[in-house]
Design a protein around this ligand. Structure first.
Ligand SMILES: Cc1ncc(C[n+]2csc(CCOP(=O)(O)OP(=O)(O)O)c2C)c(N)n1
Ligand code: SF4
Length: 448
């Protein structure tokens, strides 16, 4: 018998570059190649598991970068890379999420940058800042220095450039650094930024050799001079220790993670029904008229009869004014579409409700039934059968919805009335249930 001692497999990563595509597509001398190389060197230093690294690229020449890394990648709309990265980090805080974006993307998606910094989402943003839009032909961007010549500022840029570092720094970023693609210690600095537990941004100035350099006779040696003219310092500019959002969020919700947000209340089948096809019911009333709660009682009564039920409500954002509409479908089988363009039953119990169902009324054919209050009857033009409800003048307007439902349950025999009263008793507060039961009695009498 032989014994075998397993030695742990230790993998070291000599590179994070994708072996399948060696050569970058950038113009000769473009800073994008250098920063990508330095990012690779930083990843090698950190020896991160490539399965835990996500490179999120923005649009522009910089957006071609992600395919050169053997890691996860995401490429989306211009300016939105920070929003995508934030979502990825929130979904899985264990990931190292690195955004590669241009100064163009910083302008187009500036609010995402501010909000990611303010929230302190733990992503690392590397801004490949070549002071203009590269991919589209050298137009000015938010970081183009005052006076600079670009395709869109032929007389010299009149705008003041955005200080990206100050913007994210003052808004809560954990780490902010400004440097250039030529910095010798860039791999160490990038590694440091990736290791930060919070939002980290590096504003990395570099050369767009196709446009910015020839338009402005700009060179490597001009970079630090321009920075200082603009009062934009180089080096580490901000460090803060606020809690990182994705982990803080997980920690806050950890105690409730296994709990469902809603307590399901299974309703046992207590009654039977002969309903053999879907019944689509619309109650059209006013806010404050107990339309929604009546619809719920009706839907739950259907479930107590072994039926499927859906309820969809519509009302304005105002409280106690305007219409209130409930659409309920009850059916012997599953319901896949909850809308009701053509109701089988339409109860119109207020002028506001009537105002909302003109299209549905027009759709209803002779097989449909409209229950309508006597005072509204003359305003209802329909091919459907009309049943006029004449409650006495003392009927509370909050009872009208339940009254109408009781009337059509009695009439249509879609379920036993006992299912309705059982639902009222089981699901409503005692004082409300008392009112509802009275309304059911009135409704039944109206169609007897
Ligand atoms: C919303 C939107 N606006 C404009 C464009 C057109 N567009 C494509 S690339 C680009 C410029 C990119 O410049 P930058 O982000 O600085 O990246 P670079 O090309 O310099 O790497 C623009 C404006 C776009 N794709 N989407
Ligand atoms: S156009 Fe400018 S940014 Fe784009 S690859 Fe060429 S040098 Fe780089």
């Amino acid at each position: 018998m032989s014994t075998h001692t397993a030695t742990p497999l230790v993998t070291t990563f000599a590179t994070y570059r994708n072996p399948e595509i060696a050569k970058y597509p950038f113009c000769p001398g473009c800073g994008h190649s250098t920063i990508n190389d330095q990012l690779n060197a930083a990843l090698v230093k950190l020896q991160l598991d490539p399965h835990k690294v996500v490179i999120v690229t923005d649009i522009g020449c910089v957006g071609l970068s992600d395919q050169y890394f053997a890691a996860h990648a995401f490429h989306g709309l211009h300016g939105r890379s920070v929003a995508y990265a934030s979502g990825i980090k929130l979904a899985n805080p264990e990931l190292k999420v690195i955004v590669l974006m241009g100064d163009g993307g910083c302008g187009i998606g500036g609010h995402h940058l501010i909000n990611a910094a303010r929230r302190n989402v733990g992503i690392t943003v590397l801004v490949f800042n070549n002071l203009n839009f590269g991919m589209t032909g050298g137009q000015h961007s938010v970081t183009t220095p005052h006076g600079a010549l670009t395709a869109t500022t032929r007389g010299g840029n009149l705008e003041r450039p955005l200080d990206i570092c100050a913007t994210v720094g003052v808004n809560g970023a954990s780490y902010v650094y400004r440097g250039t693609s030529f910095d010798k210690d860039l791999p160490e600095r990038i590694a440091e930024a990736i290791n930060v537990d919070g939002f980290a941004l590096m504003d990395l100035w570099e050369l767009c050799t196709a446009y910015y350099v020839p338009n402005n006779d700009f060179s490597r040696s001009d970079m630090l001079g321009v920075m200082s003219e603009l009062h934009m310092q180089a080096g580490e500019l901000y460090r803060a220790g606020y809690p990182e959002l994705a982990s803080a969020y997980r920690a806050q919700y950890a105690p409730t993670r296994s709990k469902t947000p809603f307590t399901r209340k299974p309703l046992a089948r207590e009654f039977t029904t002969r309903l053999d096809k879907p019944l689509r019911v619309v109650i059209a009333g006013s806010a404050g008229g107990k339309v929604k709660s009546t619809a719920t009682v009706f839907a739950q009564a259907a479930i107590r009869c072994g039926l499927f039920a859906t309820q969809r409500d519509d009302y304005p954002t105002t409280v106690m004014s305007g219409h209130s509409l409930s659409e309920i479908i009850i059916a012997p089988g599953e319901i896949f579409y909850t809308g009701i363009p053509r109701p089988d039953v339409l109860a119109i119990i207020s002028p506001e409700g009537l105002g909302q169902v003109k299209a549905q009324l027009a759709e209803m054919g002779e097989s449909g039934t409209v229950y309508v209050l006597a005072e509204l009857e003359s305003k209802v033009q329909t091919r459907a059968r009309k049943i006029i409800l004449r409650p006495d003048g003392k009927t509370n307007r909050k009872a009208l919805a339940m009254m109408a439902v009781a009337a059509f349950v009695k009439h249509s025999r879609c379920m036993p009335l006992e299912a309705l009263t059982a639902s009222v008793r089981a699901d409503q507060r005692a004082d409300v249930a008392e009112e509802s039961l009275k309304a059911i009695e009135t409704g039944i009498k109206l169609v007897e």
